[in-house]
Design a protein around this ligand. Structure first.
Ligand code: ZN
Length: 238
């Protein structure tokens, strides 16, 4: 059964959800909810559970901002967009991937060299079961047009372009609470990584451009944050 691993309030109105295999952040306030990422498609009930944990209802969800267009971050964004008119935003350079005009995502062929490594096959099976190969593209997704996104919840997010993992991957920094959302540019754990809890990069084969990912990770490590909320692994308090 899929369950949320942990829910952490990192600052007023900022709830971090560590999902079964990938994470999302719930911003809430002024009767509104906005998400950064939303897990796998199969995590939809858990996303809604995390919204209800803020004492708001799912109808309060106004917008989903994604770090990048992978299926374990896009989740049910398409269903929310088509069913309830929830706006979906991504960096302009990530839109082709989010809309599935191109696909920058690890394939079965990419996994062949590491298929025998411990954990690879169980991870791949779980990813497929969670909807990882499903049709998750969001044709209606729109581009982020500002350097700072003003959320309807009263928070603001500085947009940090961090290409490499995908062409238009973006991280987000909430300056009032010093919260850095790193998506897959830096993580603190993954089924295919050994050291849980440490800030680190995903294995190279997950990145569209490994050199770019390395450079982005190095730039991010200069960011002065109190909390790091990664795409995979637990929240890290610095
Ligand atoms: Zn990813």
């Amino acid at each position: 059964m899929r369950t949320i691993r942990s829910l952490t309030t990192v600052a007023p109105g900022i709830l971090f959800a560590e999902g079964p295999a990938s994470n999302w952040t719930v911003f809430h306030g002024r009767g509104h909810v906005e998400l950064v990422d939303c897990g796998y498609p199969a995590d939809r009930p858990l996303v809604e559970e995390s919204i209800r944990a803020t004492e708001l209802d799912v109808e309060a969800l106004k917008r989903i901002i994604v770090t990048h267009g992978h299926s374990d971050h896009l989740g049910a964004a398409r269903a929310y967009s088509e069913g309830s008119g929830v706006e979906v935003l991504a960096a302009a350079s990530e839109l082709p991937n989010v809309r599935r005009e191109v696909t920058e995502q690890v394939t079965v062929a990419d996994l062949m060299p590491v298929a025998l490594r411990r954990g690879t096959i169980p991870w791949a099976v779980a990813a497929i079961r969670a909807g990882g190969l499903g049709d998750v593209g969001v044709p209606s997704a729109q581009a982020i047009t500002a350097d700072v996104i003003a959320l309807s919840t009263g928070h603001r997010l500085e947009v940090l372009p961090t290409p490499g993992h995908t062409s238009g991957h973006a991280c987000f920094f909430e300056p009032d609470a010093d919260v850095l959302i790193t998506g897959d540019a830096l993580v603190t754990g993954h089924a295919l990584l050994n050291d849980a809890g440490e800030l680190q990069q995903l294995p190279t084969f997950f990145h569209h451009d490994a050199d770019g990912a390395e450079a982005s990770a190095r730039r991010l490590s200069l960011c002065d944050a109190r909390w790091v909320l990664p795409g995979h692994g637990p929240a890290l308090r610095l």
